[in-house]
Design a protein around this ligand. Structure first.
Ligand code: NAD
Length: 355
């Protein structure tokens, strides 16, 4: 049985998130940036990375698992390499600053590689690829997750050893085609989607979870919080497992933030490591030809006759654009359990506002 839902305007949700973050001790500019990132994730349909994270973020502020006075530390800054240690600070502001600085290098030299270590939850990684694409850049992002227990089993394993380690590729829009955005967890489904399913009282798709005995299950209740009784299955068996492992190496090792092996501290927060590459496509050939070829390829792929005429072939990034259009008009749906959790968080922090 699913629980009832409310519709919230983006503006009211944004103001609420901002108030809660400021009451928890976030600097106002950080609170603006983090709140905007969360509501944007809701607008794009990724409720798992939206305002529903606020209770966890409030707990992290209370427990010192996000450094509220963090300052970026530059570990390396060459013509094409940027390495930043975020000092445990908020993800969205540090991520945006990294993209801005690395994008300038890519514009000047054709490409740039950047790492961000010891950063609090970066949220929806597609936001950083969108930022780069808006500046005309191709970008690729690999992310690992530490500071809490692992969630995802390795292929052929029966317990969790990895985070949901997202991989993201963004490719700029052409005059007739929007941004290509592939932004995906390397688990079969994201943990937040399990939490939302548990709050809504619905099952998760088969093949996405294993229980405490290592057996497949569709019941999300054991994985609803951070106290896990099982593991998420890796995306596409050995392939998702391999990508998750690559994220540990690229994002965990190269950033200096560390991998999820047990020698890296686990204090119960959410810490990300990020490895990104930024490419100026104009350094690789004629822009007009590349745009025409991109459009031709997209037309070709999307013209495949769908198996089900109600579900046509889409361009990666289309689902987020479609849902953002709808939610901007109709509001953001939120189940009453999540609304209750957010209001309780506000109450605990002495914030008068309620959803
Ligand atoms: P998802 O499965 O909803 O979508 C994955 C990608 O597939 C998207 O780029 C989407 O545009 C595309 N897509 C979806 N349906 C499509 C279709 N029919 N045709 C073509 N393309 C389609 O995403 P997810 O794996 O559940 O990840 C959710 C979010 O969680 C992502 O934004 C990710 O960055 C985020 N995440 C963050 C962390 C972190 O630690 N910061 C960890 C894990 C996941």
């Amino acid at each position: 049985m699913s629980t009832p839902e409310r519709r919230l305007t983006p503006a009211e949700l944004l103001a609420f998130c901002r108030e809660v973050l400021v009451a928890g001790g976030a600097r106002p500019d950080d609170a603006d940036c983090v709140a905007t990132h969360l509501v944007d994730a809701n607008l794009k349909g990724h409720d798992s990375h939206g305002a529903g994270l606020l209770p966890a973020y409030a707990q992290h502020m209370k427990d010192g698992q996000v450094n509220l006075s963090a300052l970026d530390k530059v570990l390396a800054d060459t013509s094409v390499i940027l390495r930043i240690d975020a000092d445990g600070g908020w993800g969205a502001p540090a991520g945006q600053r990294l993209v801005e600085r690395a994008s300038a290098k890519a514009h000047e030299h054709g490409l740039a590689a950047a790492t961000l270590g010891h950063v609090h939850h970066l949220g929806r990684i597609g936001a950083y690829a969108e930022q780069a694409a808006a500046a005309g850049l191709v970008s690729m992002h690999f992310v690992n997750v530490t500071d809490h227990a692992p969630l995802v089993a390795p292929y052929r394993g029966s317990d969790a050893r990895f985070g949901t380690n997202p991989v993201c590729i963004g490719y700029p829009a052409t005059p007739s085609r929007p941004v290509f955005l592939l932004d995906m967890a390397t688990s079969q489904i994201a943990l937040g989607k399990v939490r939302i399913a548990a709050n809504r009282g619905v099952a998760v798709p088969s093949g996405s979870l294993i229980d405490a005995r290592g057996m497949p299950t569709t019941d999300p209740s054991g994985m609803a919080g951070f106290e896990l009784e099982g593991a998420l299955a890796p995306l596409g068996k050995h392939k998702g497992y391999g990508l998750a492992f690559a994220c540990e190496l690229l994002a965990g090792v190269l950033s200096g933030g560390g991998t999820i092996q047990p020698g890296t501290p686990r204090k119960g927060g959410i810490t990300n490591g990020l490895f990104s590459i930024f490419i100026d496509p104009t350094a690789f050939g004629d822009e007009d030809w590349m745009q025409a070829e991109t459009d031709a390829m997209a037309r070709y792929a999307l013209a495949s006759p769908p198996m089900d005429w109600d579900s046509p072939v889409l361009y990666p990034g289309d689902p987020e654009r479609a849902i953002a259009g709808k939610r901007t008009k109709e509001g953001i749906p939120m189940d009453e359990v999540t609304v209750g959790q957010l209001n309780k968080t506000a109450e605990r922090l002495g914030v008068a506002e309620r959803l």
